[in-house]
Design a binder for this molecule. Sequence first.
Ligand code: CA
Length: 173
Amino acid sequence: TPSAGANSECVTQTMSKALIIEDEQPMRRLLRLVLEARGYEVCEAADGQLGLQEAAFQRPDVVLLDLGLPGLGGIAVLKRLREWSDVPVLILSVRDQEAVKVEALENGADDYVTKPFGTAELLARLDVIQRRRFTRHSAEIIAGGLKLDLLHHEASLNGQPLKLTPTEFALLK
Ligand code: CA
């Protein structure tokens, strides 16, 4: 939907691409419906090997990764993916997989949801991990004249240093 004019910058939004790596077809279909309704472009892979290929080929903005995959398991997929990609990864796990969820987080997963999950929770977690990606490589937050140096915990407004307590700094951040 083209919209010319001064405001076009504000309405132009690049569609996020989500890759679903999940062997259960009903779950893939459900996820596709939810994500497409939210405006995502969706691609799917039914096993880990295909998932890695799709990740390389499609360059998704976010990956939803099932842990219980036949053949190459979710953790193995994650480890290989992290050798060359820092794409945000949301793990889809089932209950009572506490140890493997921790292992996933230790291997670079950004977050997880536990099946069965609500769509609102899923979308909220996807939003958060994608937002985090944009700030992950930057140690500064700049908003107008306000600048936060996250590395040194320093804040300034229009170049003037602000004296903030750690709590104030955290709230401002
Ligand atoms: Ca599975």
